[in-house]
Design a protein. Structure first.
Length: 278
């Protein structure tokens, strides 16, 4: 690893016109380090394309993660929706195994007007079912990465994500700092504000590299409203410099996936800022 902190886009670069599974060469030539392949509306990549993505990423030294479909809710009220959620995660795990994805990012779900403790209990039962089905299908190479969520009605604050990851093997967190900021109604305003996130992780998990999402974000009373470009961080926050300073000071290894509308271009700006700080 050239640096301790890696940077890459969520989805294909803005000016890239080719197939998503062939994007690593373009991303590498831009000077970036990683790539989060997107499957928000269903896993549609086949084994051949996914294998090509793995080969291209290894050839060009790009770290691959995958974002699973949005339709997942580990604590859905209807059995049919739980079954579909498990199906989406199995499909992601299978494709992730083909493409060599080191993390399978997903949104854990929503409380649906229930106590968070009850939603967590149901979620853990769903994950146990998921593991049983993965074993039955012979899928073994996977690491699910539940993401901190941006709305206060959703399962997925920092403590909940860490609890899920502490409960199960093959689970590592995705810390979406913009979501944490929005859910906390402007929580991350200086370098020290990140300390409670990192201490919660350190106290409960042993991870080699922290998978992260970052964007400038607009929020309201309920949390996340809209992603903005990095240049608007003074207006909306959070500021990438604060996060990078904390990562550097504490020696964290991290992979920061940029989710601004200018995904690869802002990822390059983040990397330039990071390199100016180390």
């Amino acid at each position: 690893m050239k640096h301790k902190v890696l940077f890459g886009p969520a989805g294909s670069p803005i000016k890239y016109k080719g197939a998503a599974y062939k994007a690593p060469k373009f991303i590498s030539e831009e000077g970036l380090d990683s790539y989060e392949y997107q499957s928000p509306y269903g896993v549609r990549i086949g084994e051949k394309a996914a294998t090509t993505l793995k080969e291209e990423s290894e050839k060009h030294d790009i770290l691959i993660s995958m974002h699973a479909p949005y339709y997942i809710n580990l604590c859905a009220k209807e059995d049919s929706k739980l079954d579909k959620s498990i199906g989406h995660l199995i499909a992601a795990a299978r494709a992730g195994e083909w493409m060599g994805a080191y993390r399978l990012v997903f949104h854990p779900g929503a409380y649906l007007n229930r106590k968070p403790e009850k939603a967590m209990e149901i979620s853990k039962n769903t994950v146990n079912r998921l593991f049983e089905e993965l074993e039955a299908k012979g899928i073994e190479e996977f690491t699910f990465a539940p993401e901190t969520t941006g709305k206060r009605t959703q399962l997925g604050n920092v403590k909940e994500v860490v609890e899920l990851c502490a409960t199960f093997d093959h689970f590592e967190p995705t810390i979406d700092f913009a979501h944490v900021h929005a859910r906390g109604r402007g929580f991350l305003n200086k370098k020290e504000d990140y300390n409670c996130i990192f201490s919660t992780i350190e106290d409960n998990l042993d991870i080699d590299i922290l998978h992260c999402h970052f964007t400038t974000i607009e929020y309201g009373r309920g949390g996340e409203v809209k992603h903005h470009v990095l240049a608007e961080s003074d207006e909306y926050g959070p500021n990438i410099e604060d996060l990078l300073a904390n990562l550097i000071d504490n020696g964290w290894k991290a992979n920061i996936i940029c989710e601004t509308p200018q995904r690869d271009l802002d990822a390059l700006k983040m990397k330039e800022i990071y390199e100016s700080m180390i």
